[in-house]
Design a protein around this ligand. Structure first.
Ligand SMILES: C[S@@+](CC[C@H](N)C(=O)[O-])C[C@H]1O[C@@H](n2cnc3c(N)ncnc32)[C@H](O)[C@@H]1O
Length: 278
C-alpha cells in the first residue's frame, strides 16, 4: 500500500479523481516558493491532501468549510484531533455488519458534539451515496446510512456491499496518516463570504469548490458568481473555481482518466468536471 495520504472517505462532490490535475494548475499558478494555497469549500480535503503529497508544506495551506469538515480539518491542522475519542467510536461499532446501519442511526440522534471532529468522519463513511451529513440543532441531519447487502442468486453484483466505506481499519489508517501528515494546515469552519472582508496576500493561489448548481443534498451554499465578482474586486490573487459546466470561455475540462485536456470521448449527459480561472 502506498504511503500517500488519502481522503478519509468518499464525499459527494469530492475531487480525489481530479485532484492531481487541479494541483498541477494551482502549483503552476503559484508566484513563489512560499505562496499560500487557499482550499475554500475544502470538504474531504482532496486538493489540500494532494498538495501535501506533492511536497507542499502544510503551513502553506489554508482550508475552509462551513460544515463539520471544517471542524475535522481544524482539529487535524492544530494537532487537537482526539485519537482516543475516535478509537472509542470505532471500538463501539458492532462486529456484525448487519447491525451497523441501526447503530449509526442511533448515534446520529445523540447530541455528541463535544467530539464533532472525531465522530463526523465515521458518520460520513457510512453515509448513503456519500451524501453530506451535517449538524442540525442537537443532532445530525441527512443522516441516511447504508445497509449491508449480500448478492442473491440472480443479482449481477457478486460481492457483498459494505455499509461502511472504507472499513473501520482502513478509515483509522487514513486518519492516522492525516493526523501526522496534515498537521500545520490552517482551517476555518466558517462561511466562505467571510474571506471577502480583507484582501488575501498577493502571492496566494485560491481554489474554490462550491456545491455544483445542479446538485442537491448539501446543507450549505452561496452565490458563486457574486463571490467571484466580489473576490476580484478586493484581491489580486489567481482564483480557480470548479463546476460541472464551464464558468468562463477559458475553462478547462478535467479528465477522470488523469491528464487534462480535450473534450473528445466525452459522452453527452456524463458527469463533467470543469475548472475556470478568474
Ligand atoms: C463540492 S463540495 C467540496 C468537495 C471537496 N473539494 C472535496 O474534495 O471533498 C462543497 C463543499 O462546500 C461547502 N460549503 C457550501 N457552502 C459553503 C459556504 N457558504 N461556506 C463555506 N463552505 C461551504 C460544503 O460544506 C461542502 O463541503
Amino acid at each position: 500500500m502506498s504511503d500517500l495520504m488519502r481522503v478519509p472517505c468518499a464525499f459527494q462532490g469530492g475531487k480525489q479523481r481530479v485532484a492531481a490535475q487541479i494541483a498541477d494548475l494551482l502549483i503552476e499558478a503559484a508566484p513563489g516558493p512560499y505562496s499560500q494555497f487557499y482550499d475554500l469549500c475544502c470538504g474531504s480535503g482532496a486538493i489540500s491532501i494532494e498538495l501535501v503529497n506533492r511536497g507542499v508544506d502544510p503551513s502553506r495551506i489554508c482550508m475552509l468549510d462551513i460544515s463539520s469538515w471544517g471542524a475535522f480539518w481544524s482539529a487535524i491542522g492544530s494537532g487537537k484531533f482526539n485519537m482516543d475519542a475516535f478509537d472509542k467510536f470505532l471500538s463501539e461499532l458492532p462486529a456484525d455488519k448487519r447491525d451497523l446501519k441501526i447503530h449509526m442511526s442511533s448515534l446520529a440522534t445523540l447530541p455528541l458534539f463535544e467530539y464533532e471532529a472525531e465522530l463526523y468522519p465515521i458518520l460520513q463513511a457510512c453515509s448513503f451515496g456519500g451524501k453530506q451529513i451535517w449538524r442540525k440543532g442537537k443532532s445530525w441531519a441527512n443522516a441516511c446510512f447504508r445497509d449491508y447487502w449480500e448478492p442473491t442468486a440472480t443479482s449481477v453484483r457478486r460481492s457483498p456491499a459494505n455499509p461502511m466505506q472504507p472499513s473501520p481499519i482502513e478509515l483509522r489508517r487514513r486518519v492516522t496518516a492525516l493526523v501526522n501528515g496534515m498537521k500545520g494546515v490552517t482551517c476555518f469552519k466558517t462561511d466562505i463570504m467571510t474571506t471577502l472582508s480583507d484582501p488575501l496576500p498577493n502571492d496566494a493561489v485560491v481554489y474554490v469548490d462550491p456545491p455544483y448548481k445542479s446538485t442537491t443534498g448539501y446543507a450549505f451554499g452561496f452565490d458563486v458568481r457574486s463571490f467571484i465578482d466580489r473576490f476580484r474586486a478586493v484581491n489580486q490573487a489567481p482564483l480557480f473555481v470548479s463546476e460541472g459546466v464551464p464558468l468562463n470561455s477559458k475553462a478547462e475540462l478535467l479528465n477522470f482518466g488523469g491528464a487534462k485536456g480535450g473534450i473528445s470521448g466525452i459522452r453527452k449527459g456524463k458527469h463533467q468536471e470543469w475548472i475556470a480561472r478568474f
